[in-house]
Design a protein around this ligand. Sequence first.
Ligand SMILES: Nc1ncnc2c1ncn2[C@@H]1O[C@H](COP(=O)(O)OP(=O)(O)OP(=O)(O)O)[C@@H](O)[C@H]1O
Ligand SMILES: [Mg+2]
Length: 370
Amino acid sequence: MIEVSNLTKTYGKKRGIDRLSFTIGDGEIVGFLGPNGAGKSTTMNIISGYLSASSGAARIGGIDILEDPVAAKRQIGYLPEQPPLYLDMTVAEYLDFIFDLKVPAGELKRSAHIEEICELVGLKEHYTRVIRNLSKGYKQRVGLAQALIGNPEVLILDEPTVGLDPKQIIEIRNVIKGLGKNRTIILSTHILQEVSAICERVLVINNGQIVADDKPENLSSMITGDRKLTVRVAGPRDSVRKILRSIEGVRFADVTVQAEKGSYDFLVEARPNVDIRKPMFAALAKAGYPILQLKSMDLSLEDIFLKLVEEKKKQRDPHNKAPKKVPGEVALNVSGGEESAQEAYASPEPPEQSEEEAVSPAAEGKEEEI
Ligand SMILES: Nc1ncnc2c1ncn2[C@@H]1O[C@H](COP(=O)(O)OP(=O)(O)OP(=O)(O)O)[C@@H](O)[C@H]1O
Ligand SMILES: [Mg+2]
């Protein structure tokens, strides 16, 4: 069990995390989801005893990490953001060394334990290799292996799949899921699908504060609630737009770019909880305008943060309505870091535009990472 209460970390004048409180029960797999700079690593470093908090407390299995760090750390396996590897050692030498550090004499059978872990994380064939020469994904596996040595009850994994290729990502996600059957796991990520794939619960963190604590499927319903599509249609621009706008359930439809000769990309937004794909197909087919491409534009992580932050503000002050977005407005930068330049709009009838004009940057670069 992990109990975090009022945890705050200040770096100079800046707050890395701000009065965080949450509890993770035995056997839970919890995803810590947040953009760059949200405070994920800071929280994990404090929980695992790498960093001290400015105020507040973290307890592992009832033991305060600052009061009795040795006993608390004995229960933890930690994969930090940058795995602490000795690059000149072979995998075998390194895991041996970690075993000596973490496992009290006589508690576990060394070779059987290390072999079991290497099998689990897919390192068997690389056992005798020098760590420096391993690819990034395999170095990440060595990091995961060191976290597992000693069979800790609590695993803290900071972006465990970063740097892995898609096949490895699926493998490692499955390994983590398997580990979660009899362990408490907290893992951080900024990839939404990662929490949906692995976790039963998700804590969304932004600007050092928890903005949501929910099941991933509830977050997913939030994502699909506002369905946006881009559709490429071969046909005259104005006629196609007219047809799209006449479909029941369509809240917004307009051309974004001329895609190929004689075809255009349209951004189409449905009303909440309406699936417009079938009626759209039927209407365009009836008019003889073929669909060349159809893409779902799920809300990006930034959009979800924006929604969550706005909802939180509304809960605090129900009379103060969230500001209405207008065409061309740049979305609020919730990450506190890099700019989030996604266009938002509210008008169901945007002004007419000439063929050459490319309309909406909202149509670009909004698909989620996988
Ligand atoms: N040693 C430090 N000195 C000063 N500021 C720091 C330090 N470590 C973290 N911060 C700041 O604290 C905030 C939280 O950082 P943290 O590394 O915890 O974020 P994160 O959620 O892990 O981000 P990322 O997804 O990029 O890993 C950031 O604004 C960061 O700049
Ligand atoms: Mg981090």
